[in-house]
Design a protein around this ligand. Structure first.
Ligand code: EPU
Length: 301
């Protein structure tokens, strides 16, 4: 077993990595320090070291729900996308946080294991999906979790059952804890039946969502009993633009980057949509898109 210090030292430090290359909106300035650990133990050791050093630190998975600031990020961005281990153990899949959701769904289908096919066509990776409880309006990835191993501020690391975490709709309730690994409890099924179900979910998604364009998925959470997309649409915001950002004419809960959009464009458009829905329906939308704050002065190295 390697010492924690040695594990942290194994993670190369990169400087000035453009966050636009790591977010699905393709937006974001440079990170002062950028790390991409490849093993859970290295991730844990790195987080402990950054915490001890007092270095501000942000976690970035597949960047599917993140609006990274135009001015970049001072301090460290820890990218979990290189942690790609995926292991079968009977009817379970054990996964590291950088496994992408398409990889996970394909692997489950190939293994004849059902239970995660609703994640087909959802962008992002397991770490971020657990942080956000990604899924459909009535189902989230936590419904399939048996156990998750988390790093906790203070340097601890332990396994949790879902009921100890208390995930909610589109909120994994991680509260500063970081996913090192998770075990998904699945059920054996005919691969052909699984494939047919996935194809049906994908067909519906392709018909109703702008899946081929750069977006961060749904920008707003659904309010209880309603759909944010329906509300933004009915408030007349479909097709609205700010700079290079546009509210998708296909599904009004998606803000797409038509080319050259800035974080400021997306923030302005999200605010306009919120104001329109509040004015028309008296509903305050809650953001699903996570906005990282702009730095007081842009990162320059
Ligand atoms: N609708 C409109 N106009 C629009 C969009 C939707 O009138 O522009 C109507 C639809 O016609 C439908 C209703 O709103 O009657 C609900 O729409 P949809 O079936 O597309 O589902 P949703 O509630 O908008 C949710 C999740 C999606 C997930 C889909 C399918 C949230 C915020 N969204 O969308 O998740 O893909 O169900 O399972 O929970 C995400 O969270 O990033 C996401 C994309």
């Amino acid at each position: 077993m390697h010492s924690p210090a040695a594990s942290a030292d194994r993670v190369p430090l990169l400087r000035g990595v453009a966050l636009a290359a790591h977010t699905t909106l393709k937006i974001g300035g440079p990170a002062e320090f950028f790390y991409a650990p490849q093993r859970p133990e290295d991730l844990a050791a790195l987080l402990t070291r950054l915490e001890s050093a007092g270095t501000p630190c942000r976690l970035l998975g597949g960047g599917a729900n993140t609006l990274a600031p135009d001015g970049g990020v001072w301090g460290a961005v820890v990218h979990t996308g290189a942690l790609r281990g995926l292991f079968r153990e009977g009817n379970r899949l054990r996964a590291w946080p950088g496994v992408t959701l398409p990889q996970l769904v394909r692997a489950a289908c190939d293994a004849g294991l059902g239970g995660v096919e609703k994640l087909i066509g959802v962008p992002g990776q397991i770490g971020g999906a657990l942080a956000m409880n990604a899924g459909s309006s009535e189902w989230g990835i936590w419904d399939a979790v048996e156990e998750v191993t988390l790093w906790e501020p203070g340097g601890g690391m332990r396994a949790f059952r879902p009921e100890e975490i208390g995930p909610r709709y589109r909120d994994g309730n991680l509260r500063g804890r970081v996913v090192l690994e998770c075990a998904l409890r699945l059920r054996p099924e005919e691969p052909a039946a699984l494939k047919a179900r996935q194809d049906e979910f994908l067909r519906r998604k392709n018909a109703t969502q702008p899946v081929t364009l750069s977006s961060a998925g749904c920008a707003f959470k659904n309010p209880p009993g309603d759909s944010a997309g329906r509300l933004v649409d009915a408030a007349g915001m479909k097709g609205a633009r700010e700079g290079g950002a546009k509210i998708s004419p296909l599904h009004a809960n998606f803000i797409v980057n038509c080319g050259g959009a800035s974080a400021a464009d997306v923030r302005a458009l999200a605010t306009r949509a919120e104001e329109a829905v509040a004015a028309r329906f008296g509903v305050r939308l809650e953001r699903e898109l996570v906005l990282w704050p702009e730095p007081a002065r842009p990162v320059s190295l």
